[in-house]
Design a protein around this ligand. Structure first.
Ligand SMILES: [Zn+2]
Ligand SMILES: [Zn+2]
Length: 731
């Protein structure tokens, strides 16, 4: 007897699967989509498993309304991976499985597997062609063409050969002589005859060899390579190895802005089989690439965070580029880490996982130092490029113009005079972080957040970067009416203005989220920089992300002090990574580079370690500190966030949770509840409860019953809450 019950994942915020009766005439398999009655409407859901019995009473058991797929879209192992991820992050399984599907499929649209639409000859069509032949010559010719082609032809081919055959096709279709069909899709050619690329240097050869040694089974390698050491070349060789074995490759990259350069490079070496998945693609394009990868017709996936859920066939290699990058962590809803899940995928597929970075996260570095990951180092820049010289510029007792000290301006002038380029880095967009009235002390506070509204002078607005509130830039003080308001501090707009006034004869390009909002504008700006000789670039961390600027020989960092004194224990790590990454833009070709960091605390030990010994020494120092303080990666955390429009309700909920946990959760420290670092955002009051354990198992044992229990608490009614396992951002 066929199984009668399907357990399906419905995309609703409920942790369990739901049982439905399988229709007699339409068998289902796990991994198919179905439409099921749910609440007052219907939902598109995914069958996870089949069963013969259910605990759901007969009168409440409902039928599957419609089976949407004949063949499974997700394999059993893909489903098992998603169910595991839902359990690990304590997130509703239906929402997790939905994230693995392209949007069109999530919405219940018919799957469009690859292969172009075509016409197929039916038996009666074949009979009409042969015996007796139809007298209409055009119909006869089309039937003959279909028969000659083995019974089917793509519509495009038919339209090309019979440009006026539309009527004939309609008649024959109505007569049942031809049918709609899909032509079989062809796999991308793998024997590409592509150019072999540069010969790897000895360091790259060693790295390739030691990672290839891992590729017969599961293993993780940390490819710890200084900026410009040629990690991508190593990725390409490893991908070729996997392709030669007939396996698929998943390459994750942090940002959309990185993919055009990288995509061109991968395509040039590996050919058409490279498919890109990112949020900038149209829905159909995305779905088509997704099917091709799932069916093994295309073999290499290059994509951002959410690509980690793509069911790439026969996965043989997983690469996470810039593994330290914060964008691998999803910041809302299903808060997964794509880097961590990539390792789980590699483990399930029994293949090698490569984590690449010039500034490895302390989590990955710890495993590499412990020997759980193979530590592969690339210490030399490829070619003849020299590492940049790094120096500090003491801001105290200096003339400073718009945040730029005189010696920095002098260095910029010398760089431009030598027909070279300079980057001026400030990780703050807008004109100034706050507007102030000197007469009465008014500040541009956001009425909805515990934060200031940023001055954007180029658009004449005050803008809260936390809730998005916009208002016109006031011309006089809203509080006392004084006629003059003063921007305090600097953002990239202001730096751009100052530099434009100082260096009017040189091209000046600003790169931040505001100046590159229009599609394609980042590419345009990067092209302008490539084509210019002497030029100035002003920008935020967008500049630090993998772009190649061969003419840049000076990187000026305007403000490094923010990361030195933060309440977030990860702030120093983030700042060190950012400084090393942005410094890595200097002197990548044959020109030696210089990095100059402005600071008011030139004796700070962190800056001293970074400047004298570099990121690696800093990271080892920071790991020792974390171990001494029993902080991640030497402990495991989960953050419970609660927010609501009532000032007391979120804290009330978390107090109840904390009281419940304190008696029962063995081996788990419960800290809080405390107000979030920004206690009010977008008009909602926000409170945190942090759970920490030395052992991952203890933490998860405590977390498992939590979502169900909290949902049932009376205090949860007016509060929005979420659970963040392995949080990286405590804001
Ligand atoms: Zn005032
Ligand atoms: Zn706000």
């Amino acid at each position: 007897m066929a199984p009668t019950i399907a357990r399906v994942a419905v995309p609703v915020p409920v942790p369990s699967l739901f049982d439905y009766r399988v229709p007699f005439d339409r068998p289902v398999t796990p991994g198919c989509r179905v439409r099921v009655p749910f609440g007052r409407g219907h939902r598109t859901a995914v069958v996870v498993e089949l069963a013969d019995a259910t605990r759901c009473p007969d009168e409440r058991l409902k039928d599957i309304a419609e089976v949407l797929d004949e063949a499974a879209l997700l394999g059993l192992d893909d489903l098992a991976f998603l169910v595991w991820a839902a359990a690990y992050y304590h997130h509703p399984v239906g929402e997790v499985i939905a994230t693995a599907l392209p949007l069109r499929l999530r919405r219940g649209r018919a799957a469009e597997p690859p292969g172009e639409p075509g016409w197929r000859l039916t038996d009666s069509g074949a009979a009409a062609w042969r015996n007796p032949p139809t007298r209409a010559p055009r119909r006869q010719a089309i039937l003959a063409a279909l028969a000659d082609a083995g019974g089917a032809l793509g519509r495009r081919v038919v339209a090309e050969r019979f440009p006026t055959g539309g009527d004939a096709l309609r008649v024959m279709r109505r007569a049942g002589w031809i049918l709609d069909c899909r032509m079989p899709a062809l796999p991308d050619p793998l024997d590409t005859g592509m150019p072999p690329g540069p010969v790897p240097n000895p360091g790259q050869l060693d790295a390739i060899a030691s990672i290839r040694g891992l590729m017969s089974g599961f293993g993780v390698a940390l490819l710890d390579g200084v900026t410009g050491s040629g990690k991508t070349e190593v990725y390409l060789h490893l991908a070729q190895t996997a392709l030669a074995k007939g396996r698929g490759v998943m390459v994750l990259v942090p940002e959309i802005s990185l993919t055009p350069q990288l995509e061109r490079r991968f395509r040039a070496r590996l050919g058409e089989t490279v498919r890109v998945l990112h949020s900038g693609l149209g829905d159909s394009e995305r779905e088509s690439a997704w099917h091709r990868l799932r069916l093994g017709l295309s073999r290499v996936l290059l994509g951002t965070r959410s690509s980690v859920f793509t069911p790439v066939a026969d996965l043989g290699l997983v690469i996470v580029d810039e593994e330290h990058d914060g964008s691998y962590k999803q910041g809302e809803g299903f808060r997964y880490s794509a880097r961590d899940l990539a390792i789980v995928r590699g483990k399930r597929a029994g293949c090698a996982v490569v984590l690449g970075s010039a500034t490895p996260s302390l989590e990955s570095l710890r495993h590499a130092l412990d020997g759980r990951y193979v530590h592969v180092r690339l210490d030399r820049r490829a070619g003849t490029a020299q590492p940049p010289r790094v120096g500090l510029l003491d801001l105290r007792d200096q003339p400073v113009y718009g945040g730029i000290a005189q010696p920095m301006l002098d260095r910029i002038a010398a760089t431009l005079a030598a027909d070279e380029q300079a980057i001026v880095f400030l990780n703050r967009r807008g004109y100034a972080p706050v507007l102030c009235c000197y007469a009465c002390g008014w500040l541009s506070d956001c009425p909805h957040c515990d934060a200031r509204q940023t001055v954007h002078r180029h658009n004449s607005v005050l803008w809260c970067h936390h809730c998005g509130r916009l208002q016109r830039l006031p011309q006089k003080c809203p509080q006392c009416g004084a006629g003059e308001l003063n921007p305090l501090g600097q953002g990239t707009e202001q730096v751009e203005d100052v530099l434009a006034a100082r260096f009017p004869d040189w091209p000046l390009i600003r790169i931040d989220r505001d100046s590159t909002a229009r599609k394609g504008s980042l590419e345009d700006k990067l092209a302008q920089i490539r084509d210019a000789t002497g030029a100035l670039l002003v920008g935020t961390q967008m500049l630090a992300k993998g772009h190649h600027f061969p003419r840049v020989t000076l990187v000026g960092v305007l403000d490094a002090d923010g990361g030195l004194f933060s309440a977030d224990f990860r702030a120093a790590e983030r700042m060190a990574q950012l400084l090393e990454q942005v410094g890595g833009r200097a002197g990548r070709a044959e020109r030696p580079g210089q990095v100059l960091i402005q600071t008011r605390y030139p004796d700070h030990p962190l800056l001293q370690t970074l400047v004298r010994q570099g990121y690696r020494a800093f990271a080892r120092e920071a790991l020792r500190e974390r171990e001494a303080a029993a902080l991640p990666p030497f402990a495991h955390q989960a953050l419970l966030r609660a927010e609501g429009s009532d000032p007391d309700a979120p804290a009330g909920l978390l107090e109840a949770v904390a009281a419940g946990l304190r008696g029962t959760a063995d081996g788990v420290d419960v800290w809080g509840p405390v107000p979030a670092p920004m206690p009010r955002r977008a008009g909602r009051y926000r409170v945190h409860l942090l759970l920490q354990a030395a052992r991952r198992e203890s933490l998860h044992r405590a977390l498992r019953p939590l979502p169900g229990w909290i949902a049932g608490l009376p205090q949860a009614r007016r509060v929005r809450w979420s659970l963040d396992v392995d949080p990286v951002d405590l804001f």
